[in-house]
Write a protein that binds this ligand. Structure first.
Ligand code: SF4
Length: 441
């Protein structure tokens, strides 16, 4: 496999005129639109039809040329074989390596990273662990009534956006899934749906909704809990329930099929897990009067896939410790910052997540230990990795599989040529070199 990585770099074919490609998937936001038509000439993306402005900018940002070295050691350009040897030697000597990232790559690469973590006895932490922790813990504690976006499109006549602004962050969500499409049981499309926004301020999504309810961040938990009490017919002090919450409860109860979308604004900050649990329990209670589902909008790349792969392979969804030879849950705070600050990790391997997400303090810790960085811009990272390996971009330079936030698998298509190996090829190459090193020792 290591020969494969190097020969890909050496034998990279000159740019081919690929022409028109359909059903390309855009990874720029959680919509993961898989209907993009791309025009390519001379290894440049000329047009990305059906992509929104964010998607257009995402596709055009990957136009080459990708100049400069593929690999670097201590900031200096290096031969690929030499860089991989160095990376393998670092991992081989590690006592307690940390593998971090993986939210911006394919399921296949994520599986290869978990296999490597198993091989070297690493702690593995997903790059979006901080944002996802409250939501996942809430789902694990109280469960979730959910559906695919296809089902929402076909059936939902009441759609609630709670603390999210997809008109800005997920520009084609309305068009593809939630508001405008004609569904089998919503033949009139937008005219057949009631759109409700609950947020702490009037957003772009609120401007396009039928109803807007202003609920400050401090009131969110109480509002969700009171709504649930109203839906369940529990005793509430009616003098203390605002008319606004009563009318929102009536709208929710009037649904034939409701869908409630939420996002990091609800789960972030103090009490995030409790707020998500309150929303999930509200949706569960609404199922006594109508079919109702809860769905996150989802983030860019493949964070849902990363959670699924780690869950499938270790039993834990956001972080796992392989140092004992079998997966264990980390029993304490598991953010990259806290783990690096603890000083127990002597090597860090960062794979396909933006290292700029790491706090300046985390980066200071990274500068003190050997680091291996596999990323499309590894040689331009905000700190100098011991070994930097520039990788191909998933969904642009190579195919694979990603998981949408509703659990639907989507294939990626290769659009452009590159001499760079994929992140998966790097990981498999490291895996094989480590096997050889261990057989020799
Ligand atoms: S809505 Fe999101 S996934 Fe779809 S084209 Fe725009 S940025 Fe890409």
């Amino acid at each position: 496999m290591s020969a494969t990585v190097e020969s890909r770099a050496i034998d990279a074919a000159p740019s081919l005129p690929l022409g028109e490609l359909t059903d390309v998937t855009c990874l720029a936001c959680g919509c993961l639109c898989d209907d993009i038509a791309i025009t390519v000439r001379d290894n440049q993306i000329l047009e990305a039809r059906r992509a929104c402005a964010i998607g257009q900018s995402y596709f055009s940002s990957h136009n080459g040329p990708h100049e400069g070295p593929i690999a670097a050691i201590d900031g200096e350009p290096a031969e690929l074989a030499q860089a991989i040897d160095r990376a393998a030697a670092i991992l081989n000597a590690a006592r307690r390596p940390l593998i971090w990232g993986l939210s911006q790559t394919t399921i296949e690469t994520q599986a290869a990273a978990v296999a490597l973590a198993d091989q070297v006895g690493a702690v593995i932490v997903l790059g979006h662990e901080n944002e996802a922790r409250a939501h996942l813990r809430a789902v694990q504690r109280v469960g979730v009534v959910s559906a695919t976006l296809g089902e929402v499109k076909a059936r939902a006549d009441v759609v609630v956006f709670w603390g999210v602004d997809p008109a800005v962050t997920h520009p084609r969500h309305f068009e593809r899934y939630s508001v405008e499409p004609r569904g089998r049981f919503v033949p009139d499309g937008r005219a057949g749906r009631t759109i409700i926004v609950v947020d702490s301020r009037r957003t772009a999504t609120a401007e396009r909704a039928d109803h807007f309810f202003e609920v400050t961040e401090a009131q969110q938990f109480a509002s969700l809990w009171v709504l649930r009490a109203l839906i369940r017919g529990s005793h509430v002090d009616s003098a203390r329930v605002s008319p606004m919450l009563r009318s929102l409860a009536e709208l929710l109860q009037g649904a034939r099929y409701g869908a409630m979308f939420h996002g990091p604004a609800l789960s972030g900050g103090p009490g995030g897990q409790a707020k998500v649990e309150a929303l999930l329990l509200l949706v569960r209670s609404l199922n006594a009067v109508a079919r109702f589902v809860a769905l996150p909008l989802g983030g860019p790349g493949n964070p849902t896939g990363a959670e699924a792969v780690l869950g499938w392979q270790s039993g834990y969804t956001l972080c796992a410790d392989f140092s004992r030879g079998f997966p264990l849950q980390l029993t304490r705070e598991s953010s990259a910052h806290v783990l690096l600050e603890s000083g127990e990790h002597d090597v860090a391997l960062i794979v396909s997540d933006d290292p700029r997400q790491l706090s300046p303090t985390s980066r200071q810790f990274l500068e003190r230990i050997p680091t291996i960085l596999i990323h499309p811009n590894a040689t331009q990272a905000p700190w100098t990795a011991t070994v930097a390996l520039n990788s191909a971009v998933p969904g642009i330079h190579h195919g694979g599989t990603v998981l949408r936030a509703d659990g639907v698998m989507l294939p990626l298509r290769k659009v452009l040529e590159t001499p760079r190996p994929t992140d998966r090829e790097y990981l498999e190459s490291l895996h094989q070199r480590l096997q050889i090193l261990r057989m020799r020792s």
